[in-house]
Write a protein that binds this ligand. Sequence first.
Ligand code: ZN
Length: 275
Amino acid sequence: MPEIPELEAMTQVLNRRAAGQTIVSAQVRIPLVVRRPAKDEFVETLTGNRLLTSRRHGKYMLLRLESGHVLAVHLMLTGRLQLAPPTEPMPKRTSWLLTLENDAELRYFDQKLDGKTYLVREDELSLIPRFDQMGPDVLAPELTFDVFRQRIRRYPGQIKRTLVNEAFVAGIGNAYADEILFEARVYPFNKTRDLSEEQLRAVYEAVGRVYAWAIPIVAERMGETIDEKVRDFLKVHRKGGEPCPNCGARITEVTPNKRITSYCRTCQPGGFATA
Ligand SMILES: [Zn+2]
């Protein structure tokens, strides 16, 4: 699943190359992904509209439009956006596409078709299921350590599961949760209620450090190719069996609840890895 660094890189590219462009035509090829409104209204609202700047909120990309609407895109596991010339072959399962006045096409494709697109007015984002239940965005300035510490008290379960819970804070995915806990030297299966003040602070500070490190790397590596996912530079996530970059011990990889968790038993000591 694309996570914050990929979404931030995509936002930068869209703002550089698509913002200000009028949408000459819109097409829905696979309506399943367009959750709201119906296909005809989706096409009608977008055609002749103009893209303004985009932003990210949690795992949503929010593409603002001149009419006051927002095209809200959640890529889920396999959704991707692509900006391509019309001559470039259409990826499999292209669900919708917008032709821009500069001739580029903004395409959404999705192998599993489990992503979601909504077109709503800017003041109606609450019509998107669970949008209002999201906690503060993980990179929002209002998420101070005090706010983080107060919110985490409501989630006494495992720290990794809490970090990826959008109701706690929005935007942390499975891969970067591993990186954050490695950076903080905290065992992923510790209960949040068992963490010391010092450990909570370490997790909070690791959040900022990990994204500040990863976002420019991903932006540079993706370049203009926004449908790619760059992960090979990560330190622990999916590096099971490889040496820990900190201590050299082998990185452990377990799959509780069908989601991979990678960590170093030496740097992140804790109990047995049970879900
Ligand atoms: Zn280690």
